[in-house]
Design a protein around this ligand. Structure first.
Ligand SMILES: [Zn+2]
Length: 328
């Protein structure tokens, strides 16, 4: 996502992140046994060597990330919105393990997940992403941020490194004996990857899953997205699988079902309103109260729901702008 907390807030968030990172060495000098530096995320252990880095309450990191420590290296899933947040994650990893960060997997092109890529590349990591991300990183991220984009954000997007290793389907990462299955699924952007860690029963789902948080559907196609979340629920032992969403707290299968239902209700309510001859503001006035009654307490609901309804109407009208897959 990105617009969830408004672009202005991200600017404030980035400034706060800078302040936190620059403050860290001072506290380290001042105290004999320094307290851990504040980070813009909360690191949550999920299984041995598997961690979720959950965006803090102020959304200073911009999105969630993940860390998987293997026998001889580390893989990071997503790189946050800002290089400062990525540096804080790298510093945290350095406290967990001496192994190098060998890979960073981008779950999709949105800058709130790719903004810190260069930090991990500078640390020696290979950047892995869906094939479409290479083209879309620079062409589509300005549109994602819209007319409130700042010069600093425009410069960050222009400087994003392109992925080194891409796939349209799947690939396997080996960290010694530890296996990570990277798989493409449709719905959120048309260029999304998830990372499964089978020995930890953990799935890093990127923005194909939002937990108790209204999603940014700017690039979405809802029917395949709903099918993707149903596919998550059909994974072997889904009932005992940990799902790390792109936004929101660590999730379980019930959370996946709730998010699937959100998308499904949005799609069917907009379909019904269109079938009744409604469009534009009248369609929104019909659909919004129904969604609010069910999902009004979800994070970012009031901000995103009018946009979600308008995007869904455009999708059903066949007029929605969607990034095109690059030709070879
Ligand atoms: Zn996102």
């Amino acid at each position: 996502m990105t617009l969830r907390s408004k672009t202005g807030l991200h600017v404030v968030a980035a400034l706060i992140a800078v302040a936190l990172v620059t403050a860290a060495p001072i506290s380290a000098v001042a105290q004999a046994s320094p307290a851990p530096a504040a980070t813009p995320f909360e690191l949550k252990p999920l299984a041995p060597g598997v961690y979720a880095a959950i965006d803090g309450p102020g959304h200073k990191a911009g999105s969630n990330a993940g860390v998987v420590v293997g026998d001889d290296g580390v893989a990071v899933i997503d790189a946050f919105f800002t290089p400062d947040a990525a540096k804080a994650l790298l510093a945290t990893i350095r406290q967990l393990t001496p192994w190098p960060v060998r890979y960073v997997v981008n779950t999709h092109y949105h800058v709130d997940h790719t903004g810190g890529d260069q930090v991990f590349r500078d640390a020696g990591a290979v950047i892995i992403a869906h094939r479409n991300v290479r083209a879309w990183l620079h062409s589509e991220n300005p549109r994602l941020l819209g007319d409130r984009i700042t010069p600093a954000q425009r410069a960050l997007i222009a400087s994003l490194p392109e992925p080194d290793l891409t796939t349209r389907t799947s690939l396997t990462i080996w960290l010694g004996a530890r296996r990570l299955d990277v798989k493409a699924y449709p719905g959120h952007t048309g260029g999304d990857l998830i990372v499964e860690v089978p020995d930890a029963k953990t799935v890093f789902a990127g923005d194909l899953l939002w937990r108790h948080t209204s999603p940014n559907v700017i690039d979405g196609r809802l029917a395949p997205w709903i099918a993707t979340d149903n596919a998550f629920l059909a994974l072997p032992d889904a009932a005992h699988t940990i799902f790390v969403p792109g936004h929101g707290q660590v999730a379980d299968a019930a959370d996946v079902a709730a998010f699937r239902d959100y998308l499904s209700d949005l799609l069917s309510d907009v379909r019904k309103a269109r079938a009744a001859g409604l469009s534009g503001a009248a369609l929104t006035a019909q659909v919004l109260p129904k969604m609010k009654a069910k999902y009004g307490d979800w994070d970012a609901f009031d901000y995103f729901i009018p946009k979600e309804i308008a995007f869904t109407e455009a999708e059903l009208n066949g007029t929605k702008y969607l990034p095109l897959a690059p030709s070879d």
